[in-house]
Design a protein around this ligand. Structure first.
Ligand code: FAQ
Length: 327
């Protein structure tokens, strides 16, 4: 009797969950944003926590390759611009950590996942920045790739993530333009400066293409994420758009992209391009890139160095609370 009642109850519960999931999917299909207090499938919540926290980590790890060059900026104006850009990335991290917190995970847990090496962040930031021209290549190519992906995310189905993206995209387009401006200046300079510009493009090109993730057929999350409209375009679709954009812009610099297979395809109305080294991609993603250990170590030190600030802020908040209680 008891077993039957339990069975009926579970069956009713499953039916109710099915019905709620249908309503949820209907909302997504009708372009109604999902907000923090709305019902959502647990997998949707987990997928968002994964993607948003990885994105936030990418922003703050992404401060490192450029941060080290602030003191070597060639002019005061370039220095001021680079400082502003690196600060923007910290701000992006903050918006994104806050968006992830609305899903029930806290900042400290996400940070621990990052500094323990458990969490992923974009593969691109595990490459070294070797010359001033890299500041240009990062702005133009890395921010350029990031924008394409993030413009799509302005329309993602989860409200807080979509709203964070709108502001981030505005700032990223300034970043891309300042990067292009650095390279353009070098491209008009001495032979040595031109060579520096070409060398930076050569080194950052392939890693930038990897930012869009594995090929569609190897992308484990894409189908479900597209169904939930977390993602609106596939990894390969965005990568193709990026190649089309950069292959034209590089002509303005009078430089080339390091890909002998890059060729305009009239029929497809887009560029064909060479095969990415996927072994290198997965190697970097698994933690074995040129700078993975150095990047994590830098974030770990920054996190530990900030302990006293967090403790002081908590003590101050406690003091304020007790004071108002007493009053
Ligand atoms: N690096 O099934 P998919 C920036 C992982 S922001 C490392 O295709 P998904 C601003 C993926 O996590 C740049 N891991 O995954 C800036 C998954 O592993 P998991 C960051 C990668 O999520 C500029 C597995 O491979 N942007 O640059 C990468 O559907 C300059 C299977 O992949 C974002 O995070 C990779 N490149 O699609 C800052 C945008 N690609 O988690 C400073 C938001 C894939 O199962 C200076 N994220 N993986 O263990 C997204 O749009 C998506 O997460 C993708 C990946 C497109 C990155």
């Amino acid at each position: 009797m008891q077993v039957n009642a339990l069975f009926l109850y579970t069956q009713r519960f499953d039916m109710e969950t099915d019905a709620i999931e249908k309503i949820f999917q209907q909302k997504i299909d009708e372009e109604i944003k999902i907000e923090p207090k709305d019902w959502m499938p647990e997998k949707y919540r987990q997928t968002l926590i994964r993607q948003i926290s990885q994105h936030a980590h990418s922003e703050i790890v992404g401060m490192l390759p450029e941060g080290g060059w602030i003191k070597y900026a060639p002019t005061l104006k370039r220095k001021a611009i680079l400082i502003a850009k690196v600060q923007d990335e910290a701000g992006h991290g903050l918006y994104l950590y806050s968006a992830a917190e609305t899903l029930g995970i806290d900042y400290l847990t996400m940070m621990e996942q990052l500094v323990s090496g458990k969490a992923k962040y974009s593969s691109i930031f595990n490459y070294p920045s070797l010359s001033w021209a890299d500041m240009g290549a990062i702005g133009w190519l890395v921010d350029g790739a990031a924008i394409l992906n993030q413009v799509m995310l302005c329309r993602t189905s989860y409200g807080p993530y979509a709203r964070a993206m709108v502001r981030i995209c505005k700032e990223e387009s300034f970043h891309q333009r300042q990067g292009f401006d650095i390279l353009y200046t070098l491209s008009q300079g001495t032979d040595e400066q031109k060579a520096m510009c070409q060398d930076a493009i050569n080194r950052w090109w392939w890693p930038s293409l990897m930012m869009f993730g594995p090929k569609d057929e190897a992308s484990t999350h894409s189908d479900q994420s597209m169904n939930w409209k977390i993602k609106r375009k596939s990894n390969d679709e965005l990568r193709g758009q990026f190649v089309n954009m950069i292959a034209e812009q590089v002509k303005v610099l009078g430089m080339t992209l390091p890909d002998p297979d890059l060729k305009w395809n009239e029929e497809k109305n887009s560029y064909d391009f060479g095969e990415i080294n996927w072994d290198e991609f997965w190697n970097v993603v698994k933690g074995n890139g040129p700078c993975n250990k150095q990047r994590i170590e830098a974030r770990r030190k920054a996190h530990e160095g900030g302990t006293w600030v967090r403790e002081a802020a908590l003590a101050y908040a406690d003091k304020k609370k007790n004071k108002s209680k007493a009053a």
